[in-house]
Ligand binder design. Sequence first.
Ligand SMILES: CC(C)(COP(=O)(O)OP(=O)(O)OC[C@H]1O[C@@H](n2cnc3c(N)ncnc32)[C@H](O)[C@@H]1OP(=O)(O)O)[C@@H](O)C(=O)NCCC(=O)NCCS
Length: 190
Amino acid sequence: MVIETKRLILRPFLEGDAADVYEYLKAPAVNCFVSMKLHSLDEARKEMKKRLGETEYYFAITLRDGGKVIGEINAYPETGEPHGDENAVRDTFSPCWMMNKNFQGKGYAFEAAHAFFDYLFSQKGARRIYAYTEDYNLSSQHLCEKLGMRREGTFLEFISFVSNPDGTPKYENTVQYAILKKEWELQRSN
Ligand SMILES: CC(C)(COP(=O)(O)OP(=O)(O)OC[C@H]1O[C@@H](n2cnc3c(N)ncnc32)[C@H](O)[C@@H]1OP(=O)(O)O)[C@@H](O)C(=O)NCCC(=O)NCCS
């Protein structure tokens, strides 16, 4: 699957993307992506091989002009109900987005996320899209708000991605945003 916007092409990852991806994943900007850190170009090449089969839900965000990979976005179908059985409908998605810092502040993240939301709602059966973001991640919250997502609440000390200096888990406060398909369609029609 390929999603095109005015300035971007969202497409599946290729083996040749390793150097571009290493550029932003050698030092993930936020704790929630710490486990994705790539320690070498060689590790990036192996990671690209793992991503090759991802054709529906995991996209490289590339510049239409020149083809550079400047970030990534993904979301997978989930059941809205955490205790749903295997027959529960998977109509809920939670995106992860990340841009190379040299390409932030240019509206590319919004352009990519907007097209990705359109794709999930119109082609992948999404009923609800929600996003988790750390309470200090104002750029991600700003992006959620520009996309028309509602701030649904804050979970205090919700999750830990890194440890404190004394080895205990460092818990993060997590803000949840969400938008329903009917809300997305309403704002698209206004
Ligand atoms: C979260 C993240 C993806 C947001 O990226 P971003 O580049 O700040 O977001 P946007 O695409 O909305 O662009 C922001 C600004 O670009 C500006 N901009 C510049 N040129 C523009 C253009 N041609 N068109 C549109 N906007 C433009 C806009 O003014 C916008 O600011 P505003 O909304 O205050 O007006 C990015 O900060 C990131 O990758 N962070 C690290 C990873 C992360 O935190 N992920 C989320 C974990 S929960």
